[in-house]
Design a protein. Structure first.
Length: 98
């Protein structure tokens, strides 16, 4: 299932992660694992944030995927199912045919 991860990182923890390189390592590890179709980084609600869209094949992988963000950066994480344009068109077409 295609999902969007949104993570807000604690400022003090992220500052330390920038200084030590831990933030770069954690983001690279996550991206290497989930292979996102899109990834964005920037400030949101006053803190460093990231958004990634990727295929979550098994929900039981969520603890291992996000634990670095929780433990190292006190992240607040949301994961939401999302669709691209093709998915939406397919879903709407299925509604019309039923």
């Amino acid at each position: 299932m295609r999902v969007m991860l949104r993570a807000h990182l604690d400022t003090a923890a992220a500052n330390e992660g920038v200084k030590t390189g831990a933030l770069t390592q954690a983001v690279k590890k996550l991206m290497d694992t989930v292979k996102p179709e899109a990834a964005y980084f920037g400030p949101h609600e006053g803190v460093r944030s990231l958004w990634m869209v990727f295929d979550l094949q098994d929900s039981s992988t969520m603890p291992s995927l996000f634990e670095d963000l929780y433990l190292q950066f006190n992240a607040e994480i949301d994961v939401s199912p999302v669709m691209n344009t093709e998915d939406l068109a397919k879903g709407l077409a299925a509604m019309r045919s039923s």
